[in-house]
Design a protein around this ligand. Sequence first.
Ligand code: GLU
Length: 278
Amino acid sequence: MTYITRFAPSPTGPLHLGHAYSAILAHDMARAAQGRFLLRIEDIDQTRARPEWEAQILDDLTWLGLTWDDTPLRQSDRLPRYADALDRLWDAGLLYPCSCRRRDIAAAASAPQEGAPLHGPDGIIYPGTCRDAPRRGPRPADEALRLDMRKAAQALVTYHELSDVTHPTLSPDEMVTTIGDIVLSRRDFLGSYHLSVVLDDADQEITHVIRGADLAEATPIHVLLQRLLGLPTPRYHHHRLIRDEAGKRLAKRDDARAIATYRAAGDTPADIRRRVGL
Ligand code: GLU
């Protein structure tokens, strides 16, 4: 089996040291295994993605000496694929439309009888306000759609028993209490990070997902979606995060740690490798 990894930047800001570390690891591991290293532009959120950032990211990766196989996959080209998967989940009765706004969710989740709101990978665990919304007819195209985790997690029962240790798993009950009904299609754009990432990883035939530890808690969601959609589960490796001197995780807006800034200051690609501890 060919070893296939990927780097999947969102073009919503500059490539910084943390991204560079992720990209270099995935690239070097694929090359060491005589495998393939693929790129994917995660531009599904067109309200935030910018072509200038994409161009800068590709330029920085090239400058770092990374080479990729195939033309990069672009999420904004794949909306029909995402719509099709949503239709399948909708037809299986696993999705429901949700009209809650962020503030409604915060208010409902912190109502006195609910206690303090619990947080999952996507923020406050949805309190279930819209769970009884009608699920008949064609999939509504202009509303947010949530996964009914109580129903979906049942699909994990068999899976949980069969699972091996190559990826983290949660029991169905833990999926309900620690993740809850996550959004799989947004009101402002079709699909969601979780949905597109599993379809893209499957279609790019990724065998090894190498990404930051900040995404580790999303992995049980991805494994569940693979299960529901009949997709293979790759191996997951979550690497350490690159932090600033104060120990804070680097963020997109952290321009000071942008590769472009180091380049402008005269760093070489070898300096960047050293900076991230490689
Ligand atoms: N697009 C995501 C990011 O830039 C990475 C997603 C992933 O590796 O699964 O953080």
